[in-house]
Design a protein around this ligand. Structure first.
Ligand SMILES: Cc1ncc(COP(=O)(O)O)c(C=O)c1O
Length: 290
């Protein structure tokens, strides 16, 4: 097996040689933010947008960004030289290592920067062609879901509910309204219109969510962004999941009941094709630039 090279505070090191202080606020408080960027044959998909969101997450938690977006993109390129092919890059920045444990945000502490690469687990052909099963649950997370925080216990517990019954995702409802899923955004389709929940503090605004909104406009699909009541989710013609690693997937059963026809619907097929075309263009541009 080749060594898995990772980035730690400006250095490239074998993953198993990196050690992190137990006083790191990421470890003690989950006090950090992160990103996951898909890479296809060496080309990042929406790398700049991911680092812009990292900046927004850091602004929300009052953490000074140690790098500009261009510096970040350069650091990822360096790391990717050790990892050809289709990969997912994980980037985490924590509030660093203060001298003692104290909730108050310490001054003058350097953030801890960690990046690693794992093979990209793209959706299987079966998942694309037949769709996936999801369940619903109450959204019991906090009210700052717009921050891509490493404090993911709420998401972990939500995801486990679906894992326990062999389903792909847990779709969350807060006060009778659809928010998102444990690690994905959710879209519904009714009467030929794609509907996405509002871009507010109750969801993570996915880079893929934004891409699908753009692709819908370019592909002349009708799309609305508005609150989605539970009844609308349950009577949807189609439901989709989106994320950087899932791309776009059709949900074909919800809580054990078929969604629409029980097969991936026509608008899903259209969006999936638009997404794949977009990916192919990015890949081509990456090859031309290389
Ligand atoms: C809670 C949550 N919502 C939405 C998403 C989708 O975001 P993106 O499309 O940027 O991957 C994720 C991705 O991990 C997530 O964890």
């Amino acid at each position: 097996m080749t060594t898995n090279i990772a980035h730690f505070n400006g250095q490239l090191l074998p993953l198993d040689k990196i050690t992190i202080s137990p006083l790191d606020r990421g470890f003690i408080f989950g006090d950090g933010v992160y990103e996951v960027i898909p890479v296809y044959e060496g080309a990042m998909l929406r790398g700049r947008e991911h680092f812009e969101r990292l900046q927004r997450s850091m602004d929300e938690i009052r953490l000074t960004n140690p790098h500009t977006t261009d510096e970040w993109l350069g650091l990822v390129e360096e790391l990717l030289k050790h990892h050809p092919g289709n990969q997912s890059v994980y980037i985490q920045v924590t509030r660093g290592v203060p001298p003692k444990r104290d909730h108050v945000i310490p001054k003058g502490v350097q953030p801890t920067v960690f990046m690693m690469v794992q093979p990209l687990a793209s959706p299987s052909r079966d998942a694309i062609e037949n769709g996936v099963a999801c369940i619903t649950a109450r959204d019991f997370r906090w009210e700052k879901c717009n921050i891509k925080s490493t404090s993911l216990l709420g998401n972990v517990l939500a995801r486990q509910l679906s894992a326990d019954v062999g389903a792909t995702e847990t779709i969350l409802l807060r006060e009778g309204m659809l928010t998102e899923a444990s690690a994905s955004n959710v879209f519904v389709v009714r009467d030929g219109v794609v509907v996405a929940p509002p871009r507010d503090n109750l969801i993570l605004l996915g880079i893929t969510y934004d891409l699908l909104v753009r692709l819908a406009a370019e592909g002349a699909l009708k799309l609305e962004i508005r609150a989605i009541p539970e009844a609308e989710l349950r009577s949807a013609d189609e439901i989709w999941l989106s994320s950087s690693t899932k791309e776009v997937l059709a949900v074909t059963t919800l809580d054990g009941k078929p969604v629409g026809s029980g097969k991936p619907g026509p608008l899903f097929k259209r969006m999936h094709a638009l997404f794949q075309e977009h990916k192919a263009q990015v890949l081509h541009r990456g090859k031309v630039a290389a």
